[in-house]
Design a protein around this ligand. Structure first.
Ligand code: KIV
Length: 269
């Protein structure tokens, strides 16, 4: 059967049938094309861009213009995956009007299918406002990197009963507000599984165990491209950084030794 474009209803269908949903991040045309080609359901143009591509220490400094620049490149490479633009810090936190305006830019200027924003119960009204404006919203609770300082750093969330109940309530509130999907980051697996059963939208885990409806990883982590820090929840399918360094060193040696370019790389006049 010919592959069809992923839609919100096909994602919900997967949850209903118990089929796992795949999500990966992308920030550029070439990577997005490969992710799309291997059949990944959804691509997140994550604000992890700030750390793994732009070299910031956190996702906090990322701007709308930076996100849009990369979202446009990703869209040029995608035919079938459902693409979500990640709203950067302070692009949706000041007012609902600003949230709608900035969410609209991902759809109108970049051509994304939906947006993602961080926050639970306190963000439910903003999620509803953006959804009511006609823009699908993916929620993100648990460890929310944009506000990690407030949460005490990059650590597991919902460890005690009180914070676990607050997470479950947040998930219910976002479901009620009309979010179509929910990312659960660094949450104990039992709480993630409970949330997955409690809400109608699919849940996508990152450090939230196998009980979610799907999984997401930062592609640069999966490929072993980002060497600064490897979180426990990352499975590195490749260690690309050392391989790339080896290839780059071989090029330097070839040029220095005069063995590149060879006759096969050279035009005869
Ligand atoms: O920005 C990002 O890549 C994310 C994922 C880690 C879910 O938000």
């Amino acid at each position: 059967m010919e592959r069809a474009k992923t839609t919100i209803s096909s994602l919900r269908g997967k949850k209903a049938k118990g089929e796992k949903i795949t999500m990966l991040t992308a920030y550029d045309f070439s990577t997005a094309s490969m992710i799309d080609a291997v059949g990944v359901d959804t691509i997140l143009v994550g604000d992890s861009l700030g750390m793994v591509v732009l070299g910031y220490d956190s996702t906090v400094p990322v701007t709308m213009d930076e996100m849009l620049h990369h979202a446009k490149a990703v869209m040029r490479g995608v035919k079938f995956s459902f693409v979500i633009g990640d709203m950067p810090f302070m692009s949706y936190n000041v007012s609902r009007e600003e949230a709608i305006r900035n969410a609209g830019r991902f759809i109108k200027e970049a051509g994304c299918d939906a947006v993602k924003l961080e926050g639970g119960t306190e963000m439910a009204a903003t999620v509803k406002a953006v959804v009511d404006a006609g823009i699908p919203v993916c929620g993100h609770i648990g460890l929310t990197p944009q506000t990690a300082t407030k949460l005490g750093g990059f650590r597991l969330q919902g460890k005690d009963e009180k914070t676990a109940r607050a997470l479950v309530q947040s998930a219910r509130d976002l479901d009620e507000a009309g979010a179509f999907m929910l990312v659960l980051e660094m949450v104990p697996e039992s709480i993630a599984a409970e949330i997955t059963k409690a809400v109608s939208m699919p849940t996508i885990g990152i450090g939230a165990g196998p009980g979610c409806d799907g999984q997401v990883l930062v592609t640069n982590d999966l490929l072993g491209l980002y060497e600064k820090f490897v979180p426990k929840f990352v499975k590195q399918y490749l260690k690309l950084a050392p391989m790339i360094k080896e290839a780059l060193s071989a090029y330097v040696s070839d040029v220095q030794a005069g063995t590149f370019p060879g006759p096969e790389h050279t035009f005869k006049g």
